[in-house]
Write a protein that binds this ligand. Structure first.
Ligand code: PHE
Length: 344
């Protein structure tokens, strides 16, 4: 019997010590199982008690029960202590949390350069009294060539490296001049329209060429329209786009079958007066294709060329932006490079 009594005392001491050395709830649970579990040390003693005499049972029984109860209550107290400690550590950590440290990078979105460009251009043309119109990217031979005075055997077709669809007569538009025809068929003159949109040409890509690009197209039809009107409109547009009031333009002859006369408009370099890398030391930058709308084109839209005249000009959006923002590779526009895209 003394043996068992000693054992109980030892157990009590070992338990108290283990408990004191415990610093986590997991370890505490381990102690609970090893002492109070069904296979635990106290349960083992209870089994031993079965073989004891009645007298022994009378003494040892209560001792064991007291031990069990003491262990249970000590475990509970320790559990509460540990939980409180963890709680206060957490609040302590919160209290010393520095809200200015390690701020995660701010991933704010930005407008795509195309959106930004279209917005700028449309604002300029709207301010000059033009209406914004739109046209489809998938077109027919008629709108892209025929109605624009480029019949089937016309050599100018070779200049447009066309993506033909397997469906005969269908193509991806090679320029936004298609919108001239679509608009003049539905809107009666006088009209002043501006359109931007995607165009496609089947050519190899490099830093200045893409098979998919964007054009802007300006069209005005009225009774008294002259070259002076197209020059004034083009110059005003370019001055506003490059935010340079003293920007001037010059005109060179150019050939586009849908205008007569046709010309190319260059702008004075917005960045220099003596020649720089942007204008390749020429002081001029080639920007627009322009002209007075060819009488054939007016006729194909049932507009009387004896009564009405029009002017049109077109340009590549990427080229304008590349000059304005010093972008050196057109392929960046369709890349997913965030370092490029987030600048706008
Ligand atoms: N559509 C022509 C091109 O793609 C540009 C242009 C538009 C020229 C309008 C004259 C008038 O090159």
């Amino acid at each position: 019997m003394e043996d068992v009594k000693n054992h109980i005392t030892q157990l009590q001491q070992a338990f108290t010590q283990e408990l004191a050395e415990t610093h986590s709830l997991e370890a505490l649970e381990g102690i609970r199982i090893s002492y109070l579990g069904r296979q635990g040390k106290i349960a083992a003693l209870m089994v031993q008690l079965k073989h004891a005499t009645l007298e022994e049972k009378r003494i040892l029984g209560p001792l064991l029960n007291t031990l069990k109860a003491a262990c249970e209550s000590a475990l509970l107290t320790k559990k509460k202590q540990l939980e409180e400690l963890m709680q206060s550590e957490a609040t302590q950590q919160e209290r010393y949390f520095d809200v200015t440290a390690n701020i995660p990078a701010n991933q704010q979105g930005s407008l795509h350069i195309y959106t930004h460009l279209i917005e700028q251009l449309e604002n300029i043309f709207i301010s000059m009294g033009f209406t914004i119109v739109d046209g489809p990217e998938l077109e027919t031979d008629y709108y892209n060539f025929e109605a624009l005075n480029i019949p089937a055997d016309h050599p100018a077709r070779d200049l447009h490296d066309t993506f033909w669809l397997s469906n005969p007569g269908f193509l991806l538009r090679t320029h936004t001049s298609t919108v001239q025809i679509r608009s003049m068929q539905t809107i009666k003159p006088p009209l002043a329209l501006f359109s931007t949109g995607r165009c496609y040409r089947n050519e190899a890509t490099d830093a200045t060429h893409e098979f998919m690009f964007m054009q802007g197209e300006c069209l005005l039809v009225d009774t008294h329209v002259s070259i002076a009107n197209v020059l004034a409109t083009a110059q005003t547009f370019l001055q506003r786009f490059f935010e340079k009031e003293d920007l001037t333009i010059r005109v060179r002859p150019g050939y586009f079958p849908f205008v007569e006369p046709g010309f190319e408009i260059d702008a004075s370099c917005p960045f220099c007066t003596q020649g720089c890398s942007v204008c390749k030391r020429t002081r001029w930058i080639e920007l627009l294709g322009a002209g007075l709308v060819h009488p054939h084109v007016l006729q194909s839209c049932s507009i009387d060329p004896e009564k009405y005249r029009g002017f049109a000009f077109g340009f590549g959006l990427e080229r304008l932006a590349m000059i304005k923002y010093n972008i050196t590779d057109i392929r960046l526009f369709h890349s997913s490079k965030l370092s490029f895209l987030t600048q706008f």
